[in-house]
Design a protein around this ligand. Structure first.
Ligand SMILES: Cc1cc2nc3c(=O)[nH]c(=O)nc-3n(C[C@H](O)[C@H](O)[C@H](O)COP(=O)(O)OP(=O)(O)OC[C@H]3O[C@@H](n4cnc5c(N)ncnc54)[C@H](O)[C@@H]3O)c2cc1C
Length: 600
């Protein structure tokens, strides 16, 4: 079996942290982050680099072959077994404290900022996307609890979640309700003791059942009797798999079970469960009918994480395609024989192979930088003591979250396919591992709100709703940055021009929206992509500025990669802008009859 290789790109990570975002300076200037120092952070990165390479990568491919399995146990309840090696890896992972890395120290977390945890997450997603989902759902659930649960609930759950003794889930989706959570049917009936009886079926629940932890804490969206219709009538409940006493000792099983697991295209080692709740006992988090807002805390976090899943897929695909392109001998180079002792030259000499590799490399570097930019905004929003600064950071996070989720994962699938293509036919064969990366990465475009829905969120809620104010602020920041650049690299002008494109495009689209009802829906995806390319241009500008004046191949190559981006990737922004300008009419011009399925 061919084994995938992975070496954590620590030099790139440190470049982004230290040179581009001046992390240490940022932490020192924020009293709530003063305790974070670069020596510790370097140790964290090195430890995760080892763990992901030595523990998570080796079980990635077997996990895909074996998958998670489901059976009905002696007690009539569904049981899920994770693939060989997952239990040991999880134990090691949890015991080393990784799950609580960004957790609140008041409840046993380690309090590291997102700028640090995102790099650990990247490495984990790079080496094992299925595995990464188990702890990530736990981290997301603890964030939702931290934001909205009562003090007693926090005391009860957070420490056990951070330590990895228990795990978390988010139970939103139902068979008839995915995107549109306003129409969920799961019921929550209040009991006299303050608890609720939860009844309903949730589907597609990641880590809904598994054998990695002693208890599973489900966060479930449900409707109380007489709740208002739609998304204003949704409440959030915490529903543990096992009941427990005040010391956390597990008791009886709650009335719920995993009815089955899905057979999927990828992330096969991640158990995607149908969860049947049958008068399961649950406790409300926050007030009735505020559940969706509470859940959004978790969802926003997960959306950034999905961007990191995409980055991980890209990085693994790129590193392995690079090995192949250096080994595989096929055809002579157009510019003359490079390998006279052999009958052919290595793939890496062909310009088209380089195109595919550089697409992936540019995506990996820009998306890591962008994720770090968003992480810094998240940290500013969370830790800044200046209310105005925190508010501005929150607005920036709101604007960029759909881009982090959708653009990073769309570009990731493209990158993984490019890298698979480098392998020719071998890329399609299981033993090389490339087709698994493509299959695993594909889900990131779909779950956590499809990329189409992310685009609607961007153009509808984050741009149109405030007349483009968030976008105008972002463009102003980009212009200011570019104006002050000391480097004269072509990225400077290219970024400015991309910012102008977006400014004009936003004006056009806002004008069209008022006349055409379907305009947002019809333009959103291309608008998001145009914005995504602007964001990447800005990231390359930041990287170039940070590399400016520094000697060495590493920095020179940053300039060359930015050249490649400007010449061979960024021009796509114009195509997306043209498509947005064309609007929704080309789709809506058809009569409904045109879309009638063929009759037999
Ligand atoms: C492997 C896996 C793991 C998952 N894990 C979880 C989990 O842990 N917890 C959980 O609750 N859910 C989970 N999900 C569910 C996932 O979040 C949903 O599948 C997703 O949000 C889409 O919902 P849906 O499948 O019902 O599609 P639908 O909502 O039916 O959407 C179908 C298509 O229509 C589009 N669409 C819908 N509405 C509009 C609109 N207004 N305008 C334009 N287009 C629209 C969508 O973009 C999509 O392309 C998971 C799913 C999978 C496959």
């Amino acid at each position: 079996m061919t084994m995938s290789i992975y070496n954590a790109p620590l030099q790139d990570m440190r470049f982004i942290l230290n040179d581009v975002f001046k992390a240490e300076q940022f932490w020192q200037s924020n009293e709530k982050l003063e305790h974070v120092d670069m020596d510790t952070v370097n140790m964290i990165l090195e430890e995760m680099a080892k763990l992901s390479k030595n523990i998570l990568l080796p079980i990635n491919r077997e996990g895909d072959e074996e998958g998670a399995t489901h059976k009905i146990g002696a007690d009539g309840k569904g049981e899920v077994t994770t693939p060989a090696g997952f239990k040991d890896a999880y134990k090691e992972y949890a015991e080393a404290g990784w799950i609580g890395l960004g957790g609140d120290p008041e409840y046993g977390g380690q309090g590291f900022p997102k700028m640090v945890t995102m790099l650990a997450e990247e490495m984990m997603f790079t080496t094992n996307q299925s595995f990464a989902l188990y702890p990530n759902l736990t981290v997301g659930a603890s964030l939702a609890l931290l934001a909205s649960a009562s003090e007693q609930q926090k005391q009860t759950y957070l420490e056990k979640l951070y330590s990895g003794e228990w795990s978390g889930t988010m139970c939103l989706t139902e068979p008839h309700a995915g995107t549109d959570l306003g129409i969920i049917k799961t019921k929550a009936t209040p009991n006299d003791d303050g608890s609720y009886d939860i009844t309903g079926t949730k589907i597609f629940i990641t880590a809904g059942e598994h054998d990695l932890t002693s208890n599973i804490v489900h966060l479930v969206l449900a409707k109380t009797p007489n709740a208002p219709a739609g998304s204003k009538g949704i409440s959030l409940f915490v529903v543990p798999k096992f009941h427990f006493d005040e010391n956390g000792n597990l008791g009886e099983r709650n009335n719920m079970s995993a009815g089955s697991i899905e057979h999927k295209m990828g992330i096969k080692a991640s158990a995607t469960c149908v969860m049947n709740f049958d008068n399961a006992k649950g406790w409300i988090i926050g007030e009735e009918n505020t559940g969706l807002a509470a859940m959004f805390v978790m969802m926003n976090y997960e959306r950034l994480t999905m961007g990191l899943q995409g980055l991980g897929g890209t990085e693994l695909a790129y590193q392995n395609a690079l090995v192949y392109a250096n080994d595989r001998l096929q055809s002579r180079s157009d510019s003359g024989v490079k390998n006279p002792d052999k009958s052919a030259d290595q793939l890496i000499h062909h310009a088209d192979i380089r195109r595919m590799l550089l697409n992936a490399k540019a995506n990996s570097e820009a998306s890591r930088c962008f994720a770090m930019y968003v992480a810094k905004q998240l940290d500013t929003a969370k830790f800044s003591t200046d209310k105005e600064v925190a508010k501005a950071a929150n607005a920036r996070v709101a604007l960029l979250t759909p881009i982090t989720k959708a653009f990073l994962t769309d570009k990731a699938l493209e990158s993984t396919v490019d890298c698979q293509q480098v392998f020719g036919g071998h890329g399609y064969i299981r033993e090389w591992g490339m087709e698994q990366i493509v299959r695993d990465t594909r889900i990131a475009q779909i779950y956590e709100g499809t990329n189409g829905i992310q685009s609607l969120d961007l153009l509808g809620r984050k741009v149109a709703k405030n007349g483009g104010a968030f976008m105008a602020d972002f463009i102003a920041e980009i212009r200011e940055f570019v104006k002050n650049m000391s480097s004269e690299h072509s990225i400077k002008q290219a970024t400015l021009s991309a910012a102008n494109t977006l400014e004009g495009l936003t004006k056009t689209v806002l004008a069209n929206i008022s006349e055409r009802k379907d305009e947002i829906n019809g333009c959103a995806v291309d608008y998001l992509h145009a914005t995504g390319y602007l964001c990447y241009a800005y990231m390359f500008a930041m990287m170039i500025e940070a590399a400016n004046g520094k000697d060495g191949e590493f920095y020179n190559n940053k300039a060359k990669l930015a050249d490649y981006f400007v010449a061979r990737i960024l021009p796509r922004i114009n195509a997306h802008a043209e498509m947005v300008q064309a609007g929704s009419e080309p789709m809506m011009a058809f009569d409904l009859d045109y879309f009638k399925p063929a009759e037999a």
